[in-house]
Design a binder for this molecule. Structure first.
Ligand code: CAA
Length: 384
């Protein structure tokens, strides 16, 4: 029998501030139900100027290192589409901040929101080669859009860290997967921009096309039937999008896929917003934290990255998975955020650190790692 490889531990982090979408709707003169029901979102995490994809990723990864130490970790895969440098991998800053050994390879992966899933599959491959090794996967993003656009209420910020190992405590990544790559300009961020360009309606249809194409590829490459998948997690740029994908998949398969269980995958993302590479995996963490009946069941995960690459994979949830989880830390990360009013949100948004001009940041709060300054063009991070 081949070695069982998958997710041994998971952790998440989000930003220091939160804006209630009701407050945003009120100030923009929009019916709050458009956000609550139309998008399926209640709030969004907003990073302080001393937070970015590196500090959020470090905060998630530190929880894993605190529980398991660094033994066996020889690779750190950092996935992001809001990386802080065009050359240096964000994970290298994290190696320094967390005091990870020098004997690790670190690399950054990018393909929009899909990068975290690519990192997970690469990690599975590395562990298959040497089951003694463990791979630290970090998916971290700040989803920042232009203000006063339809995408503004779909911002967010957050990170996940996954420890990938043989004989995992939480879930085995099953062998069959389905992938689909289609060259489309639905959402992209040219090198001179800090916010993406979005063709909103096209992005929705491209996501749905990708979900169906990934399913067809999965079915053609040894995947199980949809009846054998007990729960589903879909990428959540906003939670209504996951609902749309679920319905489209059901229609494609000619069967009704129950929507009720999706709710458990939405609990965190409804209040965090989009986290790009982390989004589907925060959806999975939310499911694991809120559904205590998953042992022995199969979870289908659909990951979508604009541009576009989609992947459908399945996880076999392990007996005793609940004991490996830390829902208290996840809830604390959400509850301890500081609420912003609309005007302060717009001020914080405008003071995000951009570019390479030297500057120092103010300490925003109690998060474990922070961006202290940009000096001689280089970002300097510190333990808070
Ligand atoms: N009460 C209830 N619902 C309401 C309402 C009200 N008063 N007013 C409007 N709605 C509903 C609409 O009927 C619509 O529902 P359906 O989608 O079910 O038709 C929904 O609210 C959204 O309204 P609009 O269709 O008017 O859309 P919008 O102009 O507000 O833009 C958006 C929506 C295109 C998603 C925009 O938020 C956007 O550009 N977001 C960023 C791009 C994005 O997230 N795309 C998703 C796929 S791409 C991807 O997944 C990668 C990624 O992470 C970015």
């Amino acid at each position: 029998m081949s070695t069982q490889i998958g997710i041994h531990d998971v952790a998440m982090a989000t930003a220091h501030y939160v804006l209630e979408l009701e407050d945003l709707a009120q100030r923009l003169g929009v019916d709050p139900d458009k956000y609550r029901l139309g998008l399926g979102q209640d709030a969004m995490s907003i990073p302080a100027p001393d937070e970015d994809a590196v500090t959020l990723g470090a905060a998630a990864a530190a929880q894993i290192i605190a529980r398991h130490g660094v033994g066996g970790i020889r690779t750190v895969l950092f996935a992001s589409e809001s990386g802080v440098d065009q050359s240096k991998a964000g994970g290298v800053f994290i190696q320094g901040l967390l005091g990870l050994p020098r004997g690790v390879r670190v690399v950054e992966l990018k393909q929009a929101c899909y990068g975290g899933t690519a990192a997970l599959q690469a990690a599975v491959g590395l562990v298959a080669r040497n089951p003694e090794e463990r791979v630290l996967v970090i998916a971290s993003d700040v989803a920042r859009y232009d203000v006063d656009t339809p995408a503004e209420p779909t911002q967010g910020a957050g990170a996940v860290a996954l420890l990938v190992s043989a004989d995992p405590a939480i879930a085995v990544v099953e062998e069959a997967y389905g992938v689909a790559t289609m060259d489309v300009d639905d959402f992209w961020r040219p090198n001179d921009r800090s916010t993406p360009l979005v063709a909103g309606a096209l992005s929705v249809s491209a996501y749905l096309d990708s979900a169906i194409a990934a399913w067809d590829d999965y079915a053609a490459h040894g995947g199980v039937s949809a009846e054998q998948i007990d729960r589903w997690v879909h990428h959540q740029p906003y939670t209504k999008m996951a609902r749309k994908a679920h319905r489209a998949l059901g229609e494609h398969l000619g069967m009704e896929l129950p929507e009720g269980p999706l709710e458990d995958t939405f609990t965190y993302n409804r209040r965090i917003g989009n986290t790009y590479t982390a989004s589907a995996w925060i959806g999975l963490i939310s499911l694991l934290h809120h559904d205590s009946t998953l042992a022995g069941s199969r979870v289908g995960v659909f990951s979508y990255g604009s541009g576009s690459v989609g992947e459908l994979l399945t996880l076999a949830v392990q007996e005793g998975y609940r004991e490996a989880l830390d829902p208290v830390a996840a809830r604390a990360a959400l509850e301890e955020r500081q609420k912003l009013d609309f005007d302060t949100y717009r001020r914080v948004y405008a003071s995000a650190v951009q570019g390479s001009a030297d500057q120092r940041t103010e300490r925003s709060g109690a998060q474990p790692y922070r961006l202290a300054e940009v000096k001689d063009g280089a970002r300097r991070y510190e333990k808070a």
